[in-house]
Design a protein around this ligand. Structure first.
Ligand code: NAD
Length: 483
């Protein structure tokens, strides 16, 4: 797959509304995950590019962008959303070449990006303060104000969606952004920022500096001119980001992945559950923070669910992104190695279902989607985030055991519960530790409107929905004495 849909030079950064080469002049190679072939180069931004980007964002936040009326901010974001919709096909093809996503999944990401802009564009002028009854002779009210400059560190699994939810909400509330996309997936970030410029976003309101995490990423999180950091990625990096933010005493939102369960009771509508059980594990080749990688099934329906899931696994088609099948490659040779290490640790387990790989390009980063059955809850594969197309089935006897297993990992991002018993639905929605619980459905992350985030090692803070607007603003209380 080639990058013929690009209309800009990806070996540059977008700073202060201008395309500029990174100060160090360096580049990083770009590989097509479907073939392993080198298909281009991106900028290797570093500390001085981050300095320039933070400076440009500071100017924007104290100038044009910071002072613009909320309704006008919303209008620009809505216009940008419409421009993204017009470019869905080009964005999807760029993403497919860059990260190996089957085209229909890449298209869905581009449409979701547009939807975030529509949602946050509409919300920009609807974030109100309050008046607070106080002592006689006082009028007290609150103001919701932008932080100023926000830093956004984005991973490679859903670049467009994660940019939409974090940059969209940050811009809607009047912040100026510095975005550090993942080194394995920065093309749609650059495309998006260029479209934003064309949509009339003032120079410096959105700056993009591609580069390595340890260089551009670390420089951004440690920068004293950044007032809020939004990070999505691994637990290990999340810790570093939080440590760096603590030096400058700035708030961070961390979204660090999970080991999300779907719990299937004997009385569930199994036919309705089946597509959700499998899709939530293999979507985006399992590289989804809210993937449902644990399937907990009550013993009365365990064999039936195992056989039906195994049949679905056998029918999965794996192929190049451009072939647009069910599952594409993982992002990189490094990620393939990580997932294969996990599969090696499952050598003692029963493989209940597996897709066949067939005839695929030799250099591509392919993994056969694999379903393990009868897995003990303390097995590595049932506890650790694998970030590949791998699910484990864990049997349980009763509701108490189901809750204990569901809550038995360090994570708490998303959960699904399948039962026809209404009272049990409500009990489990309360008992399960997670940021989102889906009853008789499962949305990996759910819709644009739904607040999203984790507890435990899944992170803290909420993005998406109206709730995100509170995180991207700070509250000021004004107390006026007038007698
Ligand atoms: P990562 O956490 O290293 O990378 C995520 C982002 O952080 C990238 O933009 C990266 O450049 C940046 N980064 C890396 N080091 C940094 C630093 N010191 N300071 C600031 N930013 C830094 O994740 P990865 O190596 O790309 O993937 C490793 C594992 O992370 C995966 O196997 C998976 O388990 C997990 N992951 C989770 C999510 C998620 O959505 N929660 C997304 C991607 C990866």
């Amino acid at each position: 797959m080639s990058l013929q849909d690009l209309w800009f030079d990806p070996a540059q950064c977008l700073i202060g509304g201008e395309w500029v080469a990174p100060a160090g002049g360096g580049t990083l190679p770009l590989h097509d995950p479907s073939t392993g072939a080198e298909i281009g180069a991106i900028a290797r931004g570093g500390a001085s590019d981050i300095d320039a980007a933070v400076e440009a964002a500071t100017r924007a936040s104290q100038g044009d962008w910071g002072r613009i009326a909320a309704a006008e901010r919303g209008r620009i974001l809505s216009r940008l959303g419409r421009m993204v919709l017009e470019k869905v096909e080009a964005l999807a093809r760029i993403e497919a070449a860059d990260v190996g996503k089957p085209l229909k999944q890449a298209r869905a990401d581009a449409v979701a990006l547009a939807r975030y802009l529509e949602f946050y564009g509409g919300a920009a002028d609807k974030l109100h303060g309050q008046t607070i009854p106080y002592l006689d002779g006082y009028t007290v009210y609150t103001l919701r104000e932008a932080h100023g400059v926000t830093g956004h560190i984005v991973p490679w699994n859903y670049p467009m969606q994660i940019i939409g939810r974090s940059v969209g909400a940050a811009l809607a509330t009047g912040n100026a952004c510095v975005l550090k996309p993942a080194e394995d997936a920065c093309l749609t970030a650059l495309a998006f920022a260029d479209l934003a410029r064309q949509a009339g976003l003032p120079a410096g309101a959105l700056n993009v500096v591609p580069g390595l995490g340890a260089e551009a990423g670390a420089a951004l999180t440690a920068h004293p001119g950044v007032h809020h950091i939004s990070f999505t990625g691994s637990v290990a990096t999340g810790r570093m980001v939080q440590r760096a933010a603590s030096e400058n005493v700035v708030p961070v939102t961390l979204e660090l992945g999970g080991k999300s369960p779907q719990v299937v009771f004997d009385d569930a509508d199994i036919e309705a559950a089946l597509p959700f059980l499998v899709n939530a594990g293999i979507q985006n080749c399992g590289q989804t923070c809210s993937a449902s990688s644990r399937i907990l099934v009550q013993r009365g329906v365990y064999d039936r669910v195992r056989e039906a899931m195994a049949a679905r696994y056998a029918a999965l088609r794996v192929g190049r992104a451009i072939d647009d099948l069910d599952v594409g490659p993982v992002i990189s040779a490094k990620q393939k190695g990580l997932v294969e290490d996990f599969l090696g640790q499952g050598a003692d387990l029963e493989v209940a279902g597996q897709a066949s790989l067939g005839d695929l390009p030799g250099g591509g980063y392919y993994i056969a989607p694999t379903l393990y059955a009868g897995v003990a809850q303390d097995h590595t594969l049932a506890r650790d985030e694998i970030f590949g197309p791998v699910q484990v089935m864990i049997p349980f006897d009763d509701e108490a055991e189901a809750v204990a297993i569901a809550n038995g990992t360090d994570y708490g991002l998303v959960a699904g519960v399948w039962t026809r018993d209404g009272a049990r639905q409500l009990r489990l929605a309360r008992a399960i530790r997670a940021g989102q619980v889906f009853l008789n459905n499962y949305g990996a992350g759910g819709g644009v409107e739904l607040p999203f985030g984790g507890i435990g090692k899944s992170g803290h803070g909420r993005e998406k929905g109206f709730e995100a607007l509170y995180g991207f603003t700070t509250l000021k209380t004004v107390a006026a004495y007038h007698g």
